[in-house]
Design a binder for this molecule. Structure first.
Ligand code: ZN
Length: 140
């Protein structure tokens, strides 16, 4: 259960260094002691960063993601769920737009890249997530 949301101190990091999501997450993670939690950082929008979010399921000291805040609850909620999907070992779903039937289904998927509105998961994705290290760790 998610019971703690901590409002962190402003990021002490030059804006030019924030364009690498791995460096950004490293700095965010270094600001707290290692623990057994999963950290998803909601950060103010960073102009030099292309990705809406990023995830490091094997990050050190713990699995971590960040999501950029765009001021849109729905888009941010979707981005948050998408990054959580990555932490549960789900890959991106690629869309072949030349295949209309396939594209119309896949466009609704949570794991489509970018600022999509999709939230569906296939039964295969659900079983991958259930079998992930992260879920196993919390299901005792
Ligand atoms: Zn992604």
């Amino acid at each position: 259960m998610i019971s703690d949301c901590i409002l962190d101190k402003p990021l002490d990091m030059a804006p030019s260094r924030r364009s690498s999501d791995e460096v950004l997450l490293g700095v965010l993670a270094s600001r707290h002691d290692a623990d057994n939690a999963v950290h998803i950082f909601l950060v103010n929008s960073i102009a030099s960063l292309n990705a809406g979010g990023g995830s490091y399921p094997n990050g050190s000291p713990e699995p971590a993601s960040f999501v950029q805040w765009y001021g849109n609850d729905h888009a941010n909620g979707r981005a948050w769920a998408h990054e959580l999907g990555h932490l549960m070992e789900l890959d991106h779903v690629e869309i072949d737009y030349s295949n209309e039937k396939q594209a119309s289904q896949r466009v609704k998927n949570l794991m489509v890249k970018g600022l999509s509105a999709g939230s569906d998961l296939t039964s295969q994705q659900i079983s991958t997530a259930k079998g992930s290290k992260l879920v196993k760790r919390f299901s005792g």
